[in-house]
Ligand binder design. Structure first.
Ligand SMILES: C[S@@+](CC[C@H](N)C(=O)[O-])C[C@H]1O[C@@H](n2cnc3c(N)ncnc32)[C@H](O)[C@@H]1O
Length: 228
């Protein structure tokens, strides 16, 4: 992200930080990091993962409304945080939060699901076996599209097995917004941001296409008071 900033990046705001998968490694690399999440359980896990000597301020808050009254060199919404904001108003509010916490030369970095790929590949029923410490998780996923609202509902059914013994069974549903290049550009512009990079994710040198389910974007802070 540094290549899009005119200044070195020292401070980072991780919006929708979850359990700190980005916040903690960034802080360990010497960045000054703050994280915000709406789920207290996520923040509790994140705090428990922070090792000694690593200083991160975690805040309970909604990315659409939170105001920390600080500015940062970079703001992040990684692993589809923007997709959890479903309506246009939610997306604009979240992007305005990112903008309002950036210095005038700051950068905003995010990834989202890409509409052309979601409509081309469509969510299909999938089963994945994930090894975990004492056994394995079997995850069955199924998805449903709402093409009027650019939303994809993904339902997960998880079984935790140790040997042949079922130790836990859970179900989760995630509703995700998917995006197109033109609407991201407009959402950014309406929020005081300028979209300067869009690529496949994690293949950042690849132009997004109908196979790129996940895309990665960088926006710079545009002036909130454009010169005439
Ligand atoms: C898939 S996780 C990504 C976590 C983290 N960004 C990472 O890279 O590991 C999505 C996170 O976004 C958070 N989230 C979703 N909507 C939010 C909102 N409106 N305000 C704050 N956090 C939100 C969820 O609680 C969850 O922790």
């Amino acid at each position: 992200m540094g290549q899009y900033s005119t200044k070195p990046i020292h401070s980072v705001l991780d919006l929708g930080c979850g359990t700190g998968s980005h916040a903690i490694p960034l802080a360990k690399r010497g960045h000054k990091v703050a994280g915000v999440d709406v789920a207290e359980a996520m923040l509790t896990r994140a705090r428990s993962k922070v090792g000694p000597g690593v200083d991160i301020s975690f805040h309970l808050g909604d990315v659409r409304t939170v105001r920390l009254n600080q500015t940062f060199d970079a703001a992040l919404m990684m692993f589809a945080v923007l997709g959890y904001q479903h309506e246009n108003e939610d997306i604009l509010a979240a992007l305005k939060t990112a903008r309002s916490h950036l210095h005038d030369d700051g950068v905003f970095v995010f990834d989202v699901w890409y509409g052309p790929a979601v409509l081309n590949l469509r969510p299909s029923d999938r089963v994945k076996v994930i090894p975990v410490g004492d056994g394995r998780l079997i995850r069955a996923a199924s998805g449903e599209l709402d093409v009027q609202r650019n939303l994809c509902k993904v339902s997960y059914h998880l079984w935790h097995l140790v040997g042949d013994r079922l130790v836990n069974e859970t179900e989760e549903t995630h509703l995700m917004r998917y995006f197109f290049a033109q609407d991201l550009q407009l959402f950014c512009a309406l929020s005081g941001l300028k979209l300067v990079h869009l690529s496949a994710f994690p293949s950042l040198d690849q132009t997004p296409d109908e196979q790129s389910w996940n895309i990665f974007g960088v926006a710079t802070a545009a002036s909130l008071f454009p010169q005439r």
